[in-house]
Structures are given as structure tokens and as C-alpha cells.
Design a protein around this ligand. Structure first.
Ligand code: CAA
Length: 240
């Protein structure tokens, strides 16, 4: 029977490419989204991938949503914690609200997404936890104290989960995309974006599909001994 994958933030940006790549690999895929009903409906129509709306920052909503997905699609074997937001501001201008919004969605959101599926993975002795972190969690970024904190936090999460899940056949890994051609990066002021691209030895932004292919590999049986790792996919912009 085909395994089931859940991709948070899976109807747009990198998440949409991940959902499509996992479907192409033969998984049953469910994608979550936070607010854009129109984009989600269009995505489902075009891809046949079921979409579910909930706020990953809310534990009860996440748990209820996951129960619905498990009832309608199947027990979740692969979870891709991809949903994330930015609220960029230099630290002296960053508000507590901007701090909390990003922490709640990007970091607590990972807990809220993985915790409800963890017991089932332990029981079934198989699981794949894949967290989409960021180059900016590795190197920090001007105006992203909040975002960088969450993305660095992702790396601590997977290293800890890897140790807890290893004997139960569960792996937990992170991918750190560099700057990828998505709405999030296109929202950066053009001058700043051009300066960022000039710092990428590959001379270009990454494509969402280049991240999706990393996810497909980590989801597969071939990756069983890769656990607690970080794959950097950034066009040689930064080395850990
Ligand atoms: N390094 C050093 N200085 C920088 C800088 C940088 N990277 N970026 C901006 N500055 C400087 C500016 O030159 C300016 O200096 P002056 O005051 O001397 O002119 C100052 O910082 C900016 O001050 P502003 O008051 O103009 O800043 P602002 O409140 O308008 O904020 C900003 C502007 C939010 C920082 C904007 O420049 C921005 O969005 N920068 C991009 C941040 C970024 O890279 N975000 C990544 C988004 S993509 C993503 O997150 C996906 C992923 O995982 C990779």
C-alpha cells in the first residue's frame, strides 16, 4: 500500500513542488495551507492533491487536522514541516509581535506538526520527518533575528528526534535551502535581492524542484541510515 505524506504549506512555493514530487513518487499526499483558499483550490484542481486548511501555530487545530487527514487519506508515514513565514526587520525595529508570529508559525509549528504523528510512526516502526530549515538558520541574516532563530531551532529538533526515533525506524532530517525563486524571496526588495544573487557562486536562485528532489530522497527507503542530518542546497553560497 502506498505510504502517505503530509506537507505543511504544501500548496504554494517550495511546498507545492514537494507535494508534486512526492505524488510523482507514488505517495498519497495531503497538503496544508493557512489562508489562501483560492490558491489551494487551484492547486487541488491542477494536481489532484488534497488540501486541508489549518494554522500550524495552533496545536489543537493541527491535531484535529491531522486526524482528519489520517481518516481520509491514511496514516501519515512522511511528514514534511515546510510551512513558514517571514516578518523581516532590523532588530532595533523588530516588534514583539513580529518575533512571536515567526516563532509560533515556524518553530512551534514544527512541534505542532510532528508531535501528533509521532506516536503512530513509533507504533508502525517507520517514519520520515523532514523539516525545511534555511541557509539563514545556518549563517544568520540581517533583519531576520526571528526567522534565523527558528531555522536554527529546526536543526536542534531533527538532531534530537533522530536520536529518539532511530530504533523505531524513524528518521528526522533537515534541508537548508538557500535563496529559491519563490514569492518569499521575490518579496525582498529588488536591490537587496540582486545583491544576494551576486553572493551565490552558482549565479542564480535555486528552483523549488531542486529542494523537492532532496525531500523525495529523504522520504525514500534508500535514506534509512541518514538521520539527524542537514542537506544544504544553496548553490555554494554558504558551507557549514
Ligand atoms: N547587511 C548590512 N546592512 C544592511 C543589509 C545587510 N544585509 N541589508 C540592509 N542593510 C542596511 C541598509 O543599507 C540600511 O542602511 P542605512 O540605514 O545606512 O542606509 C539599513 O540596513 C536598512 O535600514 P532601513 O531602515 O531601510 O530598513 P527597513 O526597516 O526598511 O528594513 C529590510 C529593510 C527589511 C531589512 C529589507 O532590506 C529586507 O527585506 N532585506 C532582506 C532581508 C532578507 O534577506 N530576508 C530573506 C528573505 S527570503 C527568506 O527568508 C527565505 C530563505 O530562507 C532564504
Amino acid at each position: 500500500m502506498a505510504r502517505t505524506a503530509l506537507v505543511t504549506g504544501g500548496s504554494r512555493g517550495i511546498g507545492a513542488s514537494i507535494s508534486k514530487a512526492l505524488k510523482a513518487e507514488g505517495y498519497n499526499v495531503a497538503a496544508t495551507y493557512a489562508g489562501n483558499d483560492e490558491a489551494a483550490a487551484k492547486f487541488t484542481e491542477e494536481t489532484g492533491i488534497a488540501t486541508y486548511k489549518w494554522n500550524v501555530a495552533d496545536y489543537d487545530e493541527s491535531k484535529a487536522g491531522i486526524e482528519k487527514v489520517e481518516a481520509e487519506v491514511g496514516p501519515i508515514d512522511i511528514v514534511v514541516a515546510n510551512a513558514g513565514i517571514t516578518r523581516d526587520a532590523p532588530f532595533h525595529k523588530m516588534t514583539p509581535e513580529q518575533w512571536h508570529q515567526v516563532i509560533d508559525t515556524n518553530l512551534t509549528g514544527v512541534f505542532n506538526t510532528v508531535h501528533p504523528v509521532w506516536a503512530g510512526m513509533r507504533e508502525r516502526k517507520f517514519g520520515r520527518v523532514i523539516v525545511i530549515s534555511s541557509i539563514n538558520g545556518q549563517k544568520g541574516q540581517f533583519a531576520q533575528v526571528n526567522y534565523a532563530a527558528t531555522k536554527a531551532g529546526d536543526l536542534g529538533i531533527v538532531k534530537s528526534l533522530a536520536q529518539e526515533g532511530a530504533r523505531a525506524g524513524i528518521t528526522a532530517n533537515a534541508i537548508c535551502p538557500g535563496y529559491i525563486a519563490t514569492e518569499m524571496v521575490m518579496a525582498v526588495p529588488e536591490k537587496v535581492r540582486d545583491s544576494i544573487i551576486s553572493q551565490i557562486p552558482a549565479g542564480r536562485l535555486g528552483e523549488p524542484e531542486e529542494i523537492a528532489r532532496c525531500v523525495a530522497f529523504l522520504a525514500s527507503d534508500d535514506s534509512q541510515f541518514i538521520n539527524g542530518s542537514t542537506i544544504s542546497a544553496n548553490g555554494a553560497q554558504f558551507f557549514v
